[in-house]
Design a protein around this ligand. Structure first.
Ligand SMILES: Cc1cc2nc3c(=O)[nH]c(=O)nc-3n(C[C@H](O)[C@H](O)[C@H](O)COP(=O)(O)O)c2cc1C
Length: 146
């Protein structure tokens, strides 16, 4: 059975809830899923997984700021064994800000730089994720078969 790791950073719970929802769908599709708060992960934990999904909200005003808990992991991501793994990135944000879901872009760029394989375009959720359930479910379903 393929194994998926979902690592999220979330301040108000939106990206966390999205991570759990995506995890539920991957589980329904037959993957063995582990969902972890980025605060509890150090680069290296990814080794035993086939698929790694990153969820991170965006903060800041005029420039991209990753969700607080994600920053330490992001800065050490070069140590993560991502080469040849399937990777996807998602995050919650608000299109009222100039860098809408900029954390998704920043993490995708980092993954590319360290040789990970992005298997799907990043999912950017605008506002309350409860109002984007269809998009989230479609993205997770596409990830499951990527
Ligand atoms: C002070 C502040 C700054 C924010 N900056 C951004 C931003 O630059 N880009 C963006 O897309 N969303 C921004 N947001 C919106 C949050 O990312 C959004 O509320 C998100 O759902 C939070 O997700 P979380 O609960 O998983 O942390 C900002 C929100 C606040 C309160």
């Amino acid at each position: 059975m393929a194994r998926a790791l979902i690592i999220f950073g979330s301040t108000t719970g939106n990206t966390e809830n999205t991570a759990e929802r995506i995890g539920g769908i991957l589980n329904d599709k037959g993957l063995e899923v582990t969902v972890q708060n980025v605060s509890d992960v150090t680069p290296g934990n990814e080794a035993e997984f086939d698929l790694v999904l990153y969820g991170c909200s965006t903060w800041g005003e005029d420039e991209i700021e990753l969700q607080d808990d994600f920053i330490d992991y992001y800065e050490e991501m070069e140590k993560a064994p991502l080469r040849n793994k399937k990777i996807g990135v998602f995050g919650c944000g608000d299109s009222a800000y100039p860098c809408f879901c900029g954390a998704v872009d920043a993490i995708e760029e980092k993954v590319r730089n360290i040789g990970g394989s992005l298997v799907i375009e990043g999912l950017k959720i605008d506002g309350d994720p409860d109002e984007s359930e269809e998009d989230i479910d479609a993205w997770a379903t596409a990830v499951a078969t990527a």
